[in-house]
Design a protein around this ligand. Structure first.
Ligand SMILES: NC(=O)c1ccc[n+]([C@@H]2O[C@H](COP(=O)([O-])OP(=O)(O)OC[C@H]3O[C@@H](n4cnc5c(N)ncnc54)[C@H](O)[C@@H]3O)[C@@H](O)[C@H]2O)c1
Length: 268
């Protein structure tokens, strides 16, 4: 791990860091020299923190629900106790859509998706920005989605939550630019993760079929494949670092060109 890398001396808090894009981001930022706080709703974050420390990085983990304000405040307090400062927030934790049209969707399903994907990012920013104001700056990278830019079938609550993240990213950039706080978002397209553990729940044959269906949709798009989570993590680490010093309020697609075409594909 490069202590003198582009994130050397920085402390990065990654929500949803126990798997997928969050885990890849934790690893990438640690390679760039950062100390990492891995936050997840389950013990997967501890596994990632262990992996990081075995690689020579400084890392801690916390089990927190980012949709719960008490949890988020406790998360910030514990991160400060661990490292004394916090420099970068990666607002990554999220849940997928239910695959239903709006009239079929329960109010509870709508509320839960908005609570995690949008309220969760709001809460983490709300309780971390005061630290950035005190220390004279910081960076936030919000993980949105291509579904926050375009409409997509059977995902009203997911599209609305990610569209909210896109709008919030721009709005926060306006309010906090003069405080030295940069806020950007990435919009991943089809990334080869087991989002929400859906594939695991299908068993090996079902998971293989679901992945094949996703690959078929991804094949319609310019780069013709799903991405590895690390390909998103690389962009997140760039936006977290000073290499992106003149970027704020940017909505960066990492989607193999899918939003450049009409062939957006279908959800799983
Ligand atoms: N995989 C994709 O194709 C894709 C595409 C676009 C956007 N995204 C976004 O990327 C982000 C990461 O998704 P992923 O594909 O890595 O999925 P994932 O399911 O592998 O990772 C999400 C992580 O967030 C955690 N999490 C969920 N709810 C939480 C909560 N309330 N509090 C704390 N942690 C919570 C989960 O336990 C999990 O570890 C999400 O915001 C997702 O919407 C993913």
């Amino acid at each position: 791990m490069a202590q003198n890398g582009r994130l050397g001396g920085k402390v990065v808090l990654v929500t949803g860091g126990g798997s997928g894009i969050g885990r890849a981001t934790a690893l990438r930022c640690a390679e760039d020299g950062a100390s990492i706080v891995v936050v997840d709703q389950n013990s997967s974050g501890a596994d990632v923190a262990k992996e990081l420390t075995e690689l020579g990085a400084m890392a801690t983990s916390q089990i927190r629900d980012i949709s719960n304000s008490d949890d988020v405040q406790a998360m910030v307090g514990e991160a400060l106790e661990s490292f004394g400062h916090l420099d970068i927030l990666v607002n990554n934790a999220g849940v997928g859509g239910s695959g239903q049209r709006l009239h079929e969707l329960s109010i509870e399903e709508w509320d839960r998706t908005i609570a995690v994907n949008l309220r969760g990012q709001f809460l983490c920013a709300k309780f971390i920005i005061p630290l950035f104001l005190q220390s004279g700056g910081g960076a936030i990278v919000n993980v949105a989605s291509t579904y926050g830019i375009t409409g997509a079938p059977r995902s009203p609550e997911y599209c609305a939550s990610k569209g909210g993240v896109v709008a919030l990213t721009r709005q926060l950039a306006v309010d906090y630019g003069s405080d030295g706080i940069r806020i950007n978002a990435v919009c991943p397209g089809y990334i080869n993760t087991d989002m929400g553990g859906r594939r695991a729940a299908l068993g090996p044959a079902g998971a293989a079929a679901a992945n094949a269906a996703r690959e078929a949709h991804a094949a319609l798009q310019p780069l013709g494949r799903q991405a590895d989570a690390r390909e998103v993590a690389n962009v997140i680490a760039f936006l977290a670092s000073e290499e992106s010093s003149f970027m704020t309020g940017s909505i960066v697609t990492v989607d193999g060109g899918c939003t450049a075409t009409f062939n957006h594909g279908l959800p799983e």
